[in-house]
Write a protein that binds this ligand. Structure first.
Ligand code: HEM
Length: 356
């Protein structure tokens, strides 16, 4: 079996001059140790991203991006188009699972210190991909033009409007005016199906190129010399495939048992529904803003909260350049402490938000 793949590598190289494919097939290996499980999550995020692209293109066949027609076109997809409900539900569930997988992948590469030299740019491109994934989620949420999405977008863009200096510009840029209207919907559609996919494709190509160039890292606690290695093609790839099939099963089950709701059509003149919340991946930030006092040392509390999260985002991107070096066993290790504290913070604030 392995020989057959090796011959494919030679074939691709000879016919297409595709050295990268031959390199990958012939030389890529994955270290096998007690933390190897975490190597699967990058591939899992990739699989879910591809699922998003395929189901998103199918939805585009019927979706219409205007305030008059968006809700009705999604209703049509859910009720009239064959398997339309399934495609829409898979797209919505897979968006959530992809963001969850990207978070797991990020925390695992953080704890295993995979971002260390020479993989700093792999981390930076990954962190930017995470932000793009959140932007995909935020822009896609509005597209069905239902009540919940309308008000969540109003609240989200209001928060963007509070950013010091550029806030008012940012708000008008996102909304296409002062209010959330059909212009906002058309704009979010443009972000969701053109700008974000183009940016994500470029960043993802860089990310995967760097993964291939540097090979898989071995965590500092593992001795790379005495760690057995598994060939990526076909052995690790086949294991990846099993994971992807499992993800597809979970997606199909969720989509079939819990089809994604559509709700009521957005009505800009209706009062906002009580207890409006953003998607789960934004909830911890939203809840933090609720707890911050309205004034701290005379400065608007919401502005401070937004600046705080902006700073955290920046620190996340530059983690490889500021993280303390690995410390000797027995000493307090700063990075795992920060990682665990962040995870606990996200979990506790999200639970508090849902309990309210
Ligand atoms: C759309 C989002 C993403 C996709 C599709 C993706 C995909 C991948 C894939 C396929 C790998 C190789 C397999 C693995 O190590 O798991 C990988 C490795 C890596 N990724 Fe990502 N990734 C994404 C987001 C991120 C994020 C958010 C970060 C961190 C901020 C990140 C940092 C890394 C690093 C440091 C490696 C190298 C791991 C090693 O060599 O051991 N990635 N990524």
């Amino acid at each position: 079996m392995a020989d057959r793949f090796l011959r494919w590598g030679d074939w691709l190289e000879e016919r297409l001059g595709w050295r990268a494919a031959q390199e990958l097939i012939d030389h890529k290996v994955v270290p096998i140790h007690r933390h190897s499980l975490w190597y699967y999550f990058g591939g899992m995020t990739l699989f879910l991203f591809i699922t998003q692209v395929v189901t998103g293109i199918l939805l585009l066949l019927y979706y219409r991006p205007s305030a008059d027609a968006a809700f009705e076109s999604v209703q049509f997809i859910m009720t009239e188009v064959q398997f339309g409900w399934l495609i829409r539900s898979i797209h919505s569930w897979s968006a959530n699972l992809m963001i969850a997988a990207a978070f797991i992948h990020m925390f695992s590469t953080l704890f295993l210190r995979s971002f260390q030299r020479p993989r700093e740019l792999t981390w930076v491109s990954g962190a930017l991909l995470l932000f793009l994934s959140l932007a995909f989620g935020f822009s896609g949420y509005l597209l069905p033009w239902n009540k919940l999405a309308f008000f969540a977008t109003k609240v989200g863009t209001d928060i963007a409007g509070v950013v010091p200096l550029i806030g008012p510009f940012l708000l008008r840029f996102l909304r296409g005016g002062d209010e959330v209207t059909g212009a906002t919907l058309t704009r979010f559609f443009g972000f969701h199906v053109a700008i974000l996919p183009a940016a994500a494709t470029m960043l993802l190509s860089l990310h995967l190129y760097l993964v291939q160039k540097h090979g898989m890292s071995t965590p500092p606690s593992i001795d790379p010399g005495s760690t057995p290695k598994m060939k990526f093609v076909p052995h690790f790839l086949l294991r990846d495939l099993v994971g992807w099939l499992a993800a597809l099963t979970v997606l199909a089950t969720l989509a079939a048992l819990y089809p994604w709701e559509l709700g009521e059509k957005a009505d800009p003149f209706a009062p906002a529904p009580a207890g409006i919340k953003p998607e789960w991946y934004f909830v911890f930030m939203f809840q933090t803003l609720k707890y911050i006092p309205s004034k701290i040392l005379g400065i608007d509390g919401e502005i401070l909260g937004i600046l705080f999260f902006g700073l955290l985002g920046l620190l996340l991107v530059i983690t490889p350049f500021i993280s303390p070096p690995e410390q000797r066993p027995g000493r307090l290790r700063l990075l795992p402490v920060i990682g665990v504290a962040s995870l606990l913070y996200i979990a506790i604030l999200s639970v508090l938000a849902y309990m309210n």
